[in-house]
Design a protein around this ligand. Structure first.
Ligand code: PBG
Length: 328
């Protein structure tokens, strides 16, 4: 009579496996990060992110149409700002004719129903590569939050559906929400990078935007005074709770794979949608190992994306979105 219960019955064919499968990946799970650069007919591959590109606005238009036809209906925009436009206060971020503002309009013109989210942080605009204003050896909190609020209004005015503050200043969600309300943008959403860790997995992204922190006297050359310490778990709940109370519509955990315990904690505690950002370093590692022939690219990609979904992600922000959807 041994054994009566055989779990392998539910694994014996693809038909039964697919019938009892608990999670599936679909194109609508994905939010696609897009890097935008100045110029015409520019499509530059990012050295540390194989098969990922910086696109000028004309290519951006083609790209979003392609994404839309693939069933990918949401983009997260990042801009690479020319050096001569960078300063400590990220002045260029508020330019109504700036690259981000033009990129938003380009996407909306090409694909009116595409959901447009925008990165809100100072680093691509900052001559120091920090997410806030630098003064007296500090990254200023409240002054930076004010600026992020103005930046958010500028993005909303250009047509963004959601702003996505990725900076980790305290109180910035409230500043942004209040500024949006005051300007009448009551339907512009906020996706908050609420549990964003000071991670070494962001390296390739900083290559893509040329946004790495530079040497400044008495300021750490990393983001550890505002992004979270990766030793901490409970703090992620506190950060997320505050962001929800301040008005975040969607919260985020970032990076992805190393932080799935945090994703599940947050899923268990809160009832708002959770975005998970599988970041540039995670993408680069899979690409590099696959290039060497050490792993099966597509299989590892799907396993990782499914792990993110299984952990509790409502939204998966991933550079693999197109690769994955093409194979679905
Ligand atoms: C900037 C920002 C970063 C990422 C998204 N927004 C980098 C950073 O915080 O230094 C990282 C994304 C990735 O690595 O893919 N605030």
């Amino acid at each position: 009579m041994f054994p009566l219960i055989r779990n392998r019955r539910l694994r014996s064919s693809e038909a039964i496996r697919s019938l009892v499968r608990e999670n599936i990946l679909t194109p609508s799970d994905f939010l696609v990060p897009v890097f935008v650069t100045e110029g015409k007919n520019v499509k530059e591959e990012i050295a540390s992110m194989p098969n990922y590109y910086r696109l000028s606005l004309d290519h951006l238009e083609k790209e979003v149409k392609e994404l839309w036809h693939m069933g990918l209906g949401a983009v997260l925009l990042f801009v690479k700002v020319p050096d001569h436009l960078k300063d400590n206060k990220g002045t260029e971020a508020l330019n109504p004719e700036g690259l981000m503002q033009r990129a938003i309009k380009t996407v909306k013109n090409a694909c009116p129903d595409m959901l447009v989210m925008t990165d809100v942080a100072l680093d691509p605009f900052s001559s120091y590569g920090h997410d806030g204003i630098v003064a007296n050896g500090q990254i200023l909190n409240d002054e930076s939050a004010d600026l992020l609020a103005q930046m958010s209004v500028s993005h909303a005015r250009a047509g963004a559906d959601f702003v996505a503050p990725s900076d980790m200043m305290d109180g910035r969600i409230l500043s942004i929400r209040e500024a949006l309300e005051a300007e009448g943008f009551i339907n512009t959403g906020i996706m908050s990078y609420s549990a964003k860790y000071a991670s070494s997995f962001y390296g390739p992204f900083r290559d893509a935007l040329d946004s790495a922190p530079v040497d400044i006297e008495n300021v750490p050359k990393n983001k550890s005074t505002y992004q979270m310490d990766y030793a901490n778990r409970l703090e992620a709940i506190r950060e997320t709770q505050l962001d929800i109370e301040e008005g975040a519509d969607i919260v985020m955990v970032k990076p992805g794979l190393c932080y799935l315990d945090i994703v599940r904690d947050i899923k268990n505690q809160f009832d708002v949608p959770i975005a998970v950002y599988q970041v540039s370093g995670e993408y680069a590692m899979v690409k590099a190992a696959a290039e060497k022939g050490w792993i099966d690219h597509d299989a590892v990609m799907f396993e990782q994306l499914m792990a993110i979904k299984r952990a509790g992600a409502t939204i998966i922000t991933s550079y693999f979105a197109k690769d994955a959807v093409r194979l679905m």
